[in-house]
Ligand binder design. Structure first.
Ligand SMILES: N[C@@H](CCC(=O)N[C@@H](CS)C(=O)NCC(=O)O)C(=O)O
Length: 205
């Protein structure tokens, strides 16, 4: 039984799987791929999107980070990352899609501009607009975290992983942020988890 997760460790989409595997005690190999490492022809034959991550689980190849996380949680995290209750599971699932479809598209330009673009080439208007939009969107997360420890209820689930990963970037970048007390408490709760400290709370690059 061997799991390979391809991708550079600085990718938020790769980090979802590394953190998830650490939570579940699943061992893996992680060959570097993408970014400065480029792509091999063998990799592109598995995933022609020129994106990471891709996993190979004993010959089963899969890409799209949230699909990979759901697959791994279903296989190894029943009752923990993968809630048995269909309502709780759907709730967790919803926050995974919300990270990909709503929050990260708003924050992504800020990250790419401030962290990956030389200062003299940064687009200040884009940064300002995106900082404002991402900050406004966090009101939704703050509202739903009221009275619960994690996004899908009292237990940590797969739903916390994608949005938890990028909320670190929101707090770590030198930007204006509205006060979101429930998000802050949840973030501090995540920061106590060894897998979060190991895979998410790393220098931004
Ligand atoms: N929807 C895809 C997006 C994957 C994606 O955008 N990956 C980025 C890194 S976070 C990537 O591979 N970028 C190209 C590169 O780093 O060379 C997923 O969730 O897996």
């Amino acid at each position: 039984m061997a799991l390979t997760i391809w991708g550079r460790h600085t990718s938020s989409n790769v980090q979802k799987l590394l953190w998830g595997c650490t939570e579940m005690g699943v061992a893996y190999d992680r060959p570097d791929m993408a970014g400065a490492f480029g792509f091999t022809e063998e990799y592109l034959a598995m995933n022609p999107n020129r994106l990471v991550p891709t996993i190979d689980d004993d010959g089963f190849i899969l890409w799209e980070s949230n699909a990979c996380l759901r697959y791994l949680a279903d296989k190894h995290g029943r009752g923990t990352l993968w809630p048995e209750d269909p309502y709780v599971r759907a709730d967790a699932d919803r926050w995974m899609d919300w990270q990909t479809a709503t929050f990260w598209p708003a924050l992504r330009p800020v990250f790419h501009q401030l962290i990956r673009t030389p200062t003299d080439q940064q687009d200040r208007d884009l940064i300002d607009r995106s900082v404002k939009l991402a900050g406004e969107i966090t009101a939704v997360l703050d509202h739903f975290l009221a009275g619960r420890d994690f996004v899908a209820g009292d237990q940590f689930t797969m739903g916390d992983i994608p949005i938890g990963g990028v909320i670190y970037r929101w707090y770590e970048m030198d930007i204006a942020r509205p006060d979101r007390p429930n998000v802050r408490k949840w973030y501090e709760r995540l920061a106590e988890r060894p897998g979060y400290a190991e895979h998410i709370m790393i220098p931004l690059e």
